[in-house]
Design a protein around this ligand. Sequence first.
Ligand code: SF4
Length: 395
Amino acid sequence: MEDRERTERLRQLAAQIPRWAQALGFAAAGIADPAALAQVAERLRAWLGAGYQGGMDWLAERPELRLNPERLVPGTQRIILVRLNYFPAATDAVGTLADPDRAYVSRYALGRDYHKVVRRRLAALARRIAAHWPEPVVARPFADSAPVLEKPLAEAAGLGWQGKHTLLIHPEEGSFFFLGALFVNLPLPLSEDRQADRCGRCSACLSICPTGAFPRPYVLDARRCISYLTIEHRGPIPLELRPAMGNRVFGCDDCQLICPWNRRAPASREADFQPRHGLSDRSLAELFLWSEREFEEKTQGSPIRRAGYERWLRNLAVGLGNARDRAAATAALRARRDQVSPLVREHVDWALARLAGTPPPSPRRLPVAPLADAPPPAGQGSGSPSRHLLPAAED
Ligand code: SF4
């Protein structure tokens, strides 16, 4: 193919990609240059240097892969970013959050796990692209499953800006969406539209955070983030943060729910993201009484599986310790106390003491490291879990 013809065909292909993406159910698609990540290298290193990743060791282990996508997939020349809305319409997020006897599950986790949904559609997009290009196309889809800095790439692709809470925001569609990335070996023309930062003087997300997880705008300390604590964190939840967690048992949406740009956030039409097993507003006591078998059955194909049964019970025990109906919470905690692991039992004892109004027992057998002295990374993780946890551009 001659250079001029090649350029024109690449231009036509790039123009088709957002249309094909929308036909596959994505809200939008844009094309980014992997070199855009050079701008975030210093911030990423500073964030890791501060230890804000907590126990998510994998975030610290391969920064060079995150910053150089062509090392992850050799030959990558462009990254196509997509957005997929997930907010389930028929749920009362604020009402559930305000009811201390009901369990709040982050809205993204009420339905089926998004990883497969997003990856499958990206693979379909890749096939479409390959079918319209005369040479072999190398395309690899990722959805929160590899060391990929989706948010700054999505910002570079014009899909939104990283707000002060570090999540991507689109001015018309808010922030309740998943991101996916398709690495391609084609030098497609880049998306030209960039979304300016429109946070302005607002700081609602920073003030509302129950555990004070933002040391400053655009920076998240995962060690204080309820999403991290309830999903990724493996040990005991720091005592000083437990009361502030309230009824949030899997993730936390406070910073998104308060954000004015979400007032017009569209509801997702995806059947896969609608609540299953009534998880949008079940009572804490009821969920705490689920056997492991029930948990396995009712969370099959759900992101909640990531936490596992033990952490699920641990989180629910904290929620019950913060409940309003003390009698029901105490009865549920006592009913399971002798059947749970030492980790969960320590949280049960903390909750029972709190409900009884007595000083909580000291978790001497399971000491919690002070936040400032969180242990250095060790071990292995599998993919980026929390949608928040990487730094955004600072003022
Ligand atoms: S709540 Fe305000 S500061 Fe936070 S992300 Fe939304 S607009 Fe930006």
